[in-house]
Design a binder for this molecule. Structure first.
Ligand code: WTA
Length: 652
């Protein structure tokens, strides 16, 4: 095992923190020692960065492990911490969000305005009968009302479940049913790719099978025609605007549920990850401040959708708890042109950008000339999240977006962990392209072998978390047993993250992708990520996806799907041969793909994750599985057509 997952890919580049940033950094090396000395006291100190109506009696109750309670007996309100306390401190005029609609309309919302809007919405929800503990479903585009709706729920102690606006009616229905939400907040639609895209019809369809939903609050965004169910449907502007803008927040137990976020597991049924209030807010606020080195005058932008955990923790709760100014953008990066993100960074003077490697690789594909046309000199810290970032994308990001100056923090965490867990700190660590590096202060992780023993440096295995952490999921909604089985059974007493990882010679952690993305070729375990990185390090490759296909001789064989860069795209067969040799040279002959298929597009979920399952189906010549969550179903057609093109597949 240790040898099997060992570090085959060599990466020697190092990027020390800029001296100025390091000298003024929010967090220094000493913080690690402090947390090591007393982990619990460390988190108590971070919890005190928030306002508590009553302090806790006990920081952590782990007596019913793996069911944790943090800050037991403490009383807190998440919305109060995100809004009221900043206004009370005299910062009401500070901008909370510079919001930019895709068509170019904008809204600037201060903390005081956001508080008034959230108070109105909380009053409206109260009028609709929402009480502490009730679940509210939110199915919205990236507009300010989405944040308002979430905070209004938080203010009332009513857990929200935000369903990504790109999900289908049946996905929405399943989630509403699973957490038994009685109120749904939506909009007529939002703008995507230059056109209004409707949301209300999906709600209407979902609700044909959700008889317990009493009311639907509808924000008017696009002015599209909508079907209307009298008595059930209410316009947001009619129900909310008339309310008083005063609302006194009630303080709840630290373990009051804050939200349920559904995420896919290995079975078809999505898992409702439950996050509670005090511990979650402590960790997202502290990590946002520490990992991005957030300062009061920073302009911060998480370019993700609020419908994912990244949006919850680092568009809404973390930045607002810290009183920071954020940018929020409604649309896609290529509308109306491929420089839209860079235009926004220049316009608002964004200093911290947080996004996913898949976006970065797309920008690489479009070429560095596009960002070169914009002034990106305001940027000082860049972040990455959601999947392993291959060293080439990391260096491209640092070079062409960060101007060669900015640290890049590669942050590993999950919906389940609630907040960042493994990442370098920008003022402390020398950045290593491709490595998430070390657990944050107060976080304990290990890489273990099949038997659960820690692997030595230079070896690989499974990533586990060895101590409870404040923002950890508390359970799966309505399914305690599945919570125990999924996360706490594989390795006794430890949380199994489902990711493969390796420790390099310095003991730093590299993520290797989900364990089910780890292949076994001739008895050697190979990571899809590692081979993808090798492929993308070739100048002709824009993007690559690797899957393990069943092979009669070697068990599994490596099959790679690659998108070539513009100039290289012509040379099918020759390109494939060269790339196989390139992988052999970068990693070793064992990693040489059996086949390289040159494609135009890769099938992705709406959250940007490559659908390897589909690619595996193609690689193994099977009937295609379910394609309904694809962003673009024509992609699979394209790939199949390509497969039958002579020269595209190379097998020698
Ligand atoms: C992957 C997103 C490598 C990982 C916050 C994890 C990463 C899953 C990284 C969780 C990273 C996330 N490097 N892999 N920096 N960040 N992942 O729940 O496989 O959407 O288990 O949470 O994404 O995805 P989720």
């Amino acid at each position: 095992m240790s040898e099997a997952l060992s570090n085959l890919l060599r990466e020697d580049r190092r990027f020390p923190p800029p001296a100025e940033l390091a000298a003024a950094a929010n967090v220094t090396k000493e913080t690690y020692a402090e947390a090591d000395a007393d982990r619990i006291a460390f988190w108590e100190k971070q919890a005190r960065r928030l306002h508590w109506d009553r302090e806790w009696d006990e920081a952590l109750d782990w007596s019913k492990a793996p069911f944790a309670k943090w800050f037991v007996g403490g009383r807190i309100n998440a919305a109060y911490n995100c809004l009221d306390r900043h206004v009370e401190a005299g910062n009401g005029d500070k901008v909370a969000y510079h919001w930019e609609g895709e068509p170019g309309d904008t809204r600037t919302i201060t903390y005081a305005e956001l508080l008034r809007e959230v108070s109105r919405a909380a009053n409206a929800l109260t009028e609709l009968g929402v009480r502490a503990g009730d679940r509210v479903a939110i199915y919205m585009p990236m507009i300010p009302e989405t944040v308002v709706a979430m905070l209004a729920c938080a203010r009332l102690g009513a857990p929200h479940t935000v369903v990504f606006g790109g999900f289908s009616a049946s996905a929405l229905r399943d989630r509403i049913q699973d957490c038994d939400a009685r109120i749904v907040i939506t909009s007529d639609g939002g703008y995507r790719r230059g056109a209004p895209s409707a949301l209300k019809p999906q709600v209407d369809q979902a609700l044909t099978e959700c008889p317990d939903v009493r009311n639907v609050l509808v924000v008017k965004r696009t002015d599209q025609d909508v079907e209307w169910t009298e008595g059930r449907d209410l316009w947001w502007h009619e129900a909310v605007d008339k309310q008083s803008d005063q609302h006194t927040a009630e303080f709840f137990d630290a373990e009051q549920p804050l939200y349920v976020m559904y995420t896919s597991g290995t079975t078809g049924k999505p898992k409702g990850i439950l996050h509670t209030t005090g511990g979650y807010l402590t960790q997202v606020a502290w990590t946002h401040w520490a990992v991005f080195d957030a300062k009061p005058d920073d302009i911060y932008w998480t370019a993700a959708d609020i419908g994912w955990v990244t949006g919850h923790s680092y568009i809404v709760y973390g930045p607002l708890a810290n009183g920071v100014t954020s940018v929020m953008y409604e649309g896609t990066p290529d509308t109306p042109h491929r420089g839209r993100w860079w235009e926004l960074i220049a316009k608002y003077g964004v200093s911290i950008l947080y996004c996913a490697p898949t976006a970065i690789r797309t920008f690489m594909k479009w070429g560095e000339d596009i960002p070169a046309d914009f002034d990106l000199s305001s940027l000082r810290v860049l972040g990455s999240v959601g999947e392993p970032i291959n060293p080439e994308a990391y260096v491209w990001y640092r070079t062409y977006i960060g101007g060669g100056r900015t640290p890049v923090v590669d942050t590993w965490w999950q919906t389940e962990t609630g907040g960042m867990m493994i990442t370098p700190l920008p003022g402390v660590a020398d950045g290593k392209p491709g490595a998430a590096m070390t657990p944050l202060p107060g976080i304990s992780a290990e890489v273990v072998d099949d038997a659960g023993n820690a692997v030595p440096n230079g070896a690989g295995g499974y990533l586990v978390l060895t101590e409870p952490w404040p923002a950890m999921l508390r359970t799966l909604w309505g399914d305690d047993q599945r919570y125990v089985d999924t996360y706490w059974s594989r390795f006794e007493g430890r949380y199994f993250a489902g990711d493969g990882a390796k420790k390099d010679d310095d003991g730093d952690i590299w993520l290797l992708g989900r364990v089910d993305d780890v292949m076994n070729v001739s008895g050697h375990r190979l990571s899809t990520t590692e081979i993808e990185s090798a492929l993308v390090s070739h100048p002709n490759v824009a993007e690559a996806a690797v899957v393990g296909a069943t092979d009669p001789t070697t068990g599994q064989a490596v099959v790679a799907f690659v998108i070539l860069r513009g100039s290289a795209a012509a040379s099918g067969e020759q390109a494939a041969k060269e790339l196989r040799n390139h992988v052999a040279a970068e990693i070793g002959p064992i990693a040489k793909p059996r086949q390289i298929l040159v494609v135009e597009e890769l099938p992705k979920t709406r959250s940007g994750k490559i659908m390897r399952r589909l690619l595996r189906d193609v690689a193994e010549n099977r009937e295609l599985g379910d394609v309904t969550t694809l962003t673009d179903s024509s992609v699979m057609e394209l790939i199949r057509t390509n497969l039958s093109t002579p020269g595209a597949a190379d097998d020698d």
